[in-house]
Design a protein around this ligand. Structure first.
Ligand code: ACO
Length: 423
């Protein structure tokens, strides 16, 4: 029996089986159960995969107890304080932070791929005016493989890295086009004099013959929101991207599937929920009533933007955003009622025994909703902005999957509880 193993005993017959224990660089070790069926004829059962590591990864590490999130060894609060979104995109794709020359080259590579095929505008025209921008995003990203059918050989590294840059570069243009189409605005083209995040805000706001003035604090805030959403290890949308990728599907299909998963209100829709909740509460004098509702077990109301499945301490992304949120609000202003309501909720929840005992801290969505609101971004675009931030993370995870030694199709098993053979 090896020291680094775990023995499982079947109490029905006393038989024992041995499974290796694998250690990561930090964090919990894992029991390698891949031979479970071969050894025992049984599967493991883990609904929601709450105790199952599905891959090896060196991109992101989270310690929810400590409130630590790091990408390739760099803590997110340090990155948010010292780096730009594209630095972190480079870090995820190329495994290192760029120096200034590489940063500029990378920025240029993305810029020149930011235009979308003119034919795509016909696609936007075909959708009803009230189509949700996330549905339009998903369809448009999927359609990229019809507009750009070259580079379908994904076995050559240069080709798939070019594909990666192409998707990351075009996503903001697609997002802005979905928004503009919905609002009946004329199509906008990327402005090559502007950086990645600045250009996206420009494409949302530009109008013919109108000069778009963007304040540095607006660009910095949105850049940070993108960065804080870039990757969060094997969450629902990322594991969707990996599952679809495991079939050797094209990355456009993988990203489109990831967008579908992110659209679910349990995943990408929480910051929209925060704003809806703050608007529903309306004034500070009603906060106590809603706190009472949140604590009432018979009431389904939950304080949106509080608590997290993984973080049982301060969400480090929330810490970084709160500072920016306050700066942004000081400089450009926002509906002060919303801010007062949010501040009062935070004050109560951080001292109330119910929230303290359950480790319910403000999460990233609590602050990002207010930042996006202050930037004048409509609620239905919130999840779309999450897509822009998360796409480089999905792509980095797709590249990691592609480059692993043996790529196994994701094919979970089940516990069948239906009818036995009837005839
Ligand atoms: N308001 C009031 N009570 C809450 C809240 C909340 N926001 N979140 C959890 N609780 C309570 C639960 O009722 C439960 O109480 P109990 O122990 O007395 O039964 C306890 O805290 C533990 O809650 P769980 O649901 O078991 O915690 P879990 O880790 O499964 O849930 C989740 C995490 C889903 C995020 C939850 O906290 C929640 O619904 N929060 C509000 C929605 C939200 O902000 N989602 C965004 C998450 S961040 C992201 O996805 C990027």
């Amino acid at each position: 029996m090896s020291n680094n193993s775990m023995t499982l005993t079947d109490n029905r017959n006393g038989k024992s089986y041995e499974f290796p224990i694998l250690d990561g660089s930090v964090g919990p070790s894992v029991v390698d159960m891949s031979s479970l069926y071969k050894q025992t004829g049984m599967f493991s059962y883990d609904e929601g995969l709450t105790s199952t590591a599905v891959c090896k990864s060196d991109i992101t590490y989270i310690d929810g107890e400590q409130g630590l999130l790091m990408h390739r060894g760099y803590p997110i609060d340090w990155l948010a304080e010292n780096k730009r979104f594209l630095d972190v995109v480079h870090l995820l794709l190329y495994k290192e932070l760029p120096d200034e020359k590489r940063y500029e080259n990378f920025k240029y590579e993305l810029k020149k791929r930011s235009f979308i095929h003119e034919g795509m505008h016909k696609l936007f025209d075909a959708f009803p005016d009230d189509a949700h921008p996330m549905a339009v995003m998903q369809a448009a990203v999927s359609s990229l493989s019809t507009f750009y059918p070259d580079h379908l050989n994904m076995d050559i590294k240069e080709e798939y890295m070019e594909m990666a840059a192409r998707i990351i570069a075009k996503i903001p243009t697609i997002a802005a086009s979905a928004y503009r189409h919905k609002n009946g605005f004329p199509a906008a083209y990327p402005n090559l004099d502007r950086g990645f995040t600045e250009n996206f805000l420009y494409m949302l706001r530009t109008y013919p013959y109108d000069h778009v003035e963007l304040r540095p604090i607006e660009v910095k805030s949105l850049d940070t929101v993108f960065m804080l959403h870039i990757d969060h290890e094997q969450n629902a949308s990322t594991s969707t991207v990996r599952s679809v990728g495991s079939t050797h599907a094209h990355p456009y299909s993988c990203i489109s599937a990831g967008i579908g998963a992110l659209w679910g209100h349990a995943h990408g829709g929480a910051n929209e929920g925060v704003i809806r909740m703050l608007e529903q509460i309306g004034t500070v004098d009603r906060v106590d009533e809603f706190i009472k509702k949140a604590k009432d077990k018979n009431d389904p109301f939950r304080l949106m933007g509080f608590g997290h499945r993984v973080y049982k301490n301060l969400d480090p992304r929330a810490k970084a955003l709160k500072k920016l949120r306050d700066q942004l609000i000081d400089e450009i202003g926002i509906d002060t009622n919303l801010i007062k309501v949010a501040s009062r909720i935070e004050e109560i929840a951080l001292s109330d025994e119910y929230f303290v005992k359950r480790n319910l801290y403000p999460n990233v969505d609590f602050h990002s909703g207010l930042i996006l609101k202050a930037l004048g971004i409509p609620n239905e675009m919130f999840a779309v902005l999450f897509v822009i931030g998360r796409t480089p993370g999905w792509i980095a995870q797709w590249i990691e999957l592609k480059e692993q030694e043996s790529l196994k199709i994701v094919r979970p098993r089940q516990l069948y509880v239906g009818s036995k053979l009837k005839i």
